[in-house]
Unconditional design. Structure first.
Length: 265
């Protein structure tokens, strides 16, 4: 019987529930699958209140996106390709990243008006460049410049033989409130089953491209598109430090964390 991805609720890494056994052909296909990194980098960063796109803002002496790239570059030989997706009219990327693209790297000027459009266009460009539908894409926010190689490897280890794929995520620690239009608390939902979605998010290119084409531009991450076609991505525990730089105060915190890592023995 042909194996298909499960449509049941999925647990975190280590969940006792298991997927159906894979056929020998499916196992062979998985073992031959390559890994690609796709970094959407076409946003304007309006909430960051910075001059120019926030992904080019300098933090700890380097552009934010360069810190992001280095986390993946440090895993030498791990990826078939690392792609940065920018807007077609981006005039800054060549100045900010003068040595990009290097060997095995791709600068894709196909960014769209939304994150979903940028990722969708980037995946199509990877397919046109030779990536297969069964190869994996690790989609990562350019503004999550604090991700570590260890976290990336943990995601790959958890997902590379999974029938669906998954994402780094962090358990919600704070009490969550639901607000009324007037800004008053309506209710306090339980936080026991709540997670903060992070990136990278790792899915097979063909499956993800199909999901994004069906979902349209409203989805704000790749896992949401996969959920919309009835599949349940795997939650892989990440770190509170892998936050997305969004507001002005985030930059000072990221600067302090990056400098402390450099100072660590």
């Amino acid at each position: 019987m042909q194996n298909t991805p499960r449509r049941l609720a999925r647990g975190v890494k280590g969940d006792s529930r298991m997927a159906a056994p894979l056929s020998l052909a499916a196992v062979a296909s998985m073992s031959a699958s390559r890994l690609f990194v796709l970094i959407p980098c076409a946003g304007s960063g309006s909430r960051a209140a910075s001059a120019g796109p926030k992904q080019y803002h300098r933090i700890a002496g380097r552009p934010m996106v360069e810190h992001t790239l280095e986390a993946f570059r440090s895993l030498v030989g791990r990826f078939e390709g690392i792609a940065l997706v920018v807007s077609p009219d981006d005039a800054d990327v060549g100045i900010v990243l003068p040595r990009f693209p290097g060997a095995g790297e791709h600068l894709l000027r196909v960014g769209g008006a939304t994150r979903a459009a940028t990722v969708r266009n980037g995946l199509r460009a990877l397919r046109n460049a030779g990536a297969g539908p069964h190869d994996w894409a690790l989609v990562h926010d350019a503004a999550r410049c604090l991700v570590t190689p260890t976290q990336i490897e943990a995601l790959i280890a958890a997902c590379e033989h999974d029938p669906v794929g998954g994402l780094l995520a962090h358990r919600l620690a704070d009490t969550l409130k639901v607000a009324s239009p007037a800004g008053r608390v309506v209710r306090t939902p339980t936080r026991a089953d709540k997670w903060l979605a992070q990136t990278p998010q790792m899915f097979r290119i063909g499956m993800l491209l199909d999901a994004l084409e069906r979902a349209g531009d409203a989805v704000t991450d790749e896992a949401s598109a996969i959920e919309a076609i009835g599949l349940a991505p795997l939650l892989v525990p990440g770190s509170a430090q892998n936050f997305k730089l969004t507001y002005p105060e985030d930059f000072a915190l990221a600067e302090a964390l990056l400098r402390s890592r450099r100072a660590a023995p």
